[in-house]
Design a protein around this ligand. Structure first.
Ligand code: DGJ
Length: 438
């Protein structure tokens, strides 16, 4: 049965726009071409007043490597698609039907070359290696060289990250707590400086502040989120001490998995921004999102005490009141094609909904007065832990009359790990509690 809920209220927009200068966590971001920002398992390189975001240029249909993307921004809010920095290769480690994940880029201080390291694998994750690609320009295109070698051999581990210390030394971080120092030209690993740090996990990321090294990682739950944790050490070689979690227990790191820590220079100090992924298998390109937030570091302890759904990375303040004209919707459906239709007048619309463990995918579309779809995105309403919050924020639109449509897609995120254990949702619920018009 097709259930269509018609809401006939036309809301008149209110002028303040809380999203204009804000990072909005957990909703797809739209790039300068109107497409989702598709750079997962990411890192950011800051150079000459610009931030360059590199990440997995995911597909919606397969986990096979389609390339690594590069975007740029001056404010961490508005992202320009630069290019597919490392495209699918004809053959080899990143050829057809291979996995490519967690690209990390560093500028080698000695050679001036840009070095990209990434996890390469087969489709069953049975052939893990670290791939090396290089470029003369930061945005690429990057030339794939082959596996990064240590003692003449590939490093046969999967999740990886990188870290560049204050003195310019480059490091490769591997899952389960192996750390390698890179050569001066960053093209090989020359020393294993830490070996299997006890309690180390996946998706490693690092920062170094005031003589203490902080290593972040996650538990092993495939694309599912979990409570990530960190270790500290007085030297990168150790001894490493497990400190525990840095977000409130049970929030599953605010529903994200660590990937990188970006130092942000704010005034005289450096604020460290946590970057995490909220995966959405199988529709990662459209529906996987980002969770980025400043971390607090005091006396060697790290925390992100509160979730900031919307915050300004210039002032480093959360947006406490979303404002807008609020329209309650009470829309909860699980039948494919069931649709919420809401005409509105304004420049932007935000959708607030309930995600829970039996949520599914919903297609959100904005249709203009001529009947043309000006924006559309598949939205993930699944979350292992209950979450009432922002699910979609439209791009800024020319002032006008539009219609919002939210349609139940009749499918849900689900996947299995290497052992065949089932993860994700079993049902297709799409729940919209209210919309806000600006
Ligand atoms: C967890 C890893 O952290 C991700 O990068 C990815 O490899 C998934 N596993 C695949 O299940």
């Amino acid at each position: 049965m097709i259930l269509t809920l018609m809401v006939t209220v036309t809301a008149i927009a209110q002028t303040t726009d809380p999203f204009a200068n804000s990072i909005v966590n957990g909703v797809p971001w739209t790039d300068d071409q109107g497409k989702p920002v598709n750079a997962h398992g990411a890192c950011i390189v800051e150079e000459n007043g610009k931030y360059y975001l590199f990440g997995e240029w995911k597909s919606d249909t397969t986990n096979a490597f389609p390339g690594f993307a590069c975007y740029s921004s001056t404010d961490l809010v508005n992202w320009k698609f630069e290019r597919v920095a490392l495209p699918l290769q004809k053959d080899g480690l990143l050829g057809p039907n291979r996995v490519g994940e967690r690209p990390k880029v560093m500028r080698c201080p000695k050679t001036g070359e840009y070095i990209m390291l990434a996890h390469t694998d087969d489709m069953r994750y049975k052939d893990p290696q670290v791939g090396l690609a290089v470029a003369k320009e930061i945005t690429g295109p990057y030339t794939f060289i082959g596996p990064l070698l240590y003692e003449g051999k590939p490093i046969r581990r999967w999740d990886m990250g990188t870290f560049q210390d204050h003195d310019g030394t480059g490091y490769l971080l591997m899952h389960h707590g192996d750390i390698y120092r890179l050569s001066k030209n960053y093209r090989k690993a020359i020393k294993k400086v830490a070996n299997g740090i006890k309690g180390g996990g996946e998706s490693p990321a690092m920062l170094h502040k005031d003589g203490t090294y902080y290593l972040f990682g996650s538990n092993l739950t495939s694309w599912e989120r979990n409570d990530n944790f960190y270790h500290t050490a007085p030297s990168i070689e150790g001894p490493w001490t497990k400190q525990g979690i840095f977000c409130p227990e049970g929030t599953l790191t605010y529903n994200s998995q660590s990937t990188f820590i970006l130092p942000l220079h704010r005034g005289d100090s450096i604020v460290y921004m946590y970057m995490g992924d909220r995966w959405s298998y199988p529709h990662q390109a459209s529906s996987a999102t980002y969770v980025w937030m400043p971390m607090q570091i005091n006396d060697g302890k790290v925390s992100i005490p509160d979730y900031w759904p919307v915050w300004n990375p210039t002032t480093m303040e959360p947006v406490k009141d979303l404002g807008g004209t609020v329209i309650p919707t009470n829309f909860k459906v699980s039948t494919k094609g069931a649709k919420l239709t809401l005409p509105f007048e304004g420049t932007r619309i935000a959708v607030i909904g309930h995600s829970f463990n039996n949520g599914g995918y919903g297609r959100i579309s904005i249709i203009d007065s001529k009947g043309d779809t000006v924006h559309t995105n598949l939205i993930d309403f699944y979350s292992k832990v209950d979450d009432h919050g922002l699910r979609y924020v439209s791009p800024l639109l020319p002032y006008g009359h539009y219609t919002l449509e939210v349609e139940c897609a009749g499918e849900h995120p689900h996947w299995s790990n290497k052992r065949g254990d089932y993860f994700g949702s079993h049902e297709d619920w799409v729940t919209v509690e209210e919309v806000r018009i600006y």
